[in-house]
Design a protein around this ligand. Structure first.
Ligand code: PMP
Length: 291
């Protein structure tokens, strides 16, 4: 069955899907995106992702290519046409094609691309053993709250992490505080059992998974603090974890080669993951296959 993509009003075979060479997304990274995880047919945190998309578009004055209601319908149709129970749904909106010029076109025709990629998520070993991260300087711009398609620093960081045998890179600000992962939010659990993650600001992308986990933690009475933490504090923490739509929540058991806590996934990382999935009403797609 061929993969199907949606491009500006048409459902097309993925291999034949294309946009204009003068699309401002291609020329200037002038666009935004969202990634929605589909687990057993459920679009996880759809509301949150659409709310953030609305905000990102507004911050960059990119008009909606279709009404939000229509977008929801297309998202479902792309999932349906790809027969994907477990998948990552990518929604990308750019300011559209225009003769190359830094200033905005007077009447933009935004581009909307939606693709769907089946996934089996991370291997079960990521849950059983946890993942390794390395730390690196945060070299990004100062509006990281906008989910921009300008992802070069994150691509460089992730590549550096992979070359170091790690799963993710944790970016660090000039004061030594962790901002976030290249494509995830960063968390620690202190020795006192306090869950800690950096507060939402222009310095990080306010993860939708992060927001749902904080809401669940409030409901379940799990103590948390939204504050920045240093690399030194993370190295000395009882646990560390990372969250994103694509990874849900993964225990981080090594930072820069040093074991965190006893070097094994801790109880709170496990609980956070279970809590998030239970909130979404789905079983763990990694464990569901049987570990
Ligand atoms: N921070 C960055 C830089 C990201 O790219 C992502 C993933 N899109 C996240 C955090 C996590 O956000 P979410 O939980 O919405 O996937």
């Amino acid at each position: 069955m061929p993969r199907i993509a949606y491009v500006n009003g048409r459902y097309v075979p993925h291999v034949a899907a294309s946009v204009h060479i003068e699309d401002r997304g291609f020329q200037f990274a002038d666009g935004v995106y969202e990634v929605v995880t589909v687990i057993a047919g459920t679009l996880m945190d759809e509301e949150g992702h659409l709310a953030r998309l609305t905000r990102s578009l507004k911050e960059l004055s990119i008009p909606w290519p279709v009404k939000p209601r229509t977008l929801r319908m297309i998202m479902r149709e792309v999932v349906r046409r790809n027969r994907s129970a477990n998948a990552l749904l990518y929604i990308q909106i750019t300011r559209g094609p225009a003769p190359r010029d830094f200033k905005f076109p007077a009447e933009p025709t935004p581009t909307l691309v939606i693709t769907c990629r089946r996934t089996s998520f991370q291997p079960a070993s990521a849950l059983e053993k946890g993942v390794a991260v390395i730390t690196l300087p945060d070299i990004r711009w100062q509006r990281r709250d906008i989910k921009s398609i300008s992802l070069l620093p994150q691509a460089l960081g992730k590549q550096q992490a992979v070359q170091a045998g790690a799963f993710e890179g944790w970016q660090v600000d000039p004061d030594g505080f962790v901002t976030e992962g290249c494509s995830s939010n960063a968390w620690i659990v202190t020795k006192q059992g306090m869950l800690v993650t950096r507060p939402a600001s222009h310095a990080i992308l306010n993860g939708i998974t992060r927001q749902t986990i904080l809401a669940c933690a409030t409901q379940e009475g799990i103590a948390f603090e939204e504050r920045a933490f240093t690399v030194a504090e993370a190295l000395d923490a009882a646990e560390a974890l990372m969250t994103s739509a694509g990874t849900i929540a993964l225990p981080v058991t090594r930072i820069d080669g040093q074991p965190i806590g006893d070097g094994r996934p801790g109880p709170l990382a496990k609980r956070v993951r279970e809590m998030y999935l239970a909130h979404g009403g789905v079983a763990d797609p990694v464990r569901a296959g049987g570990v």
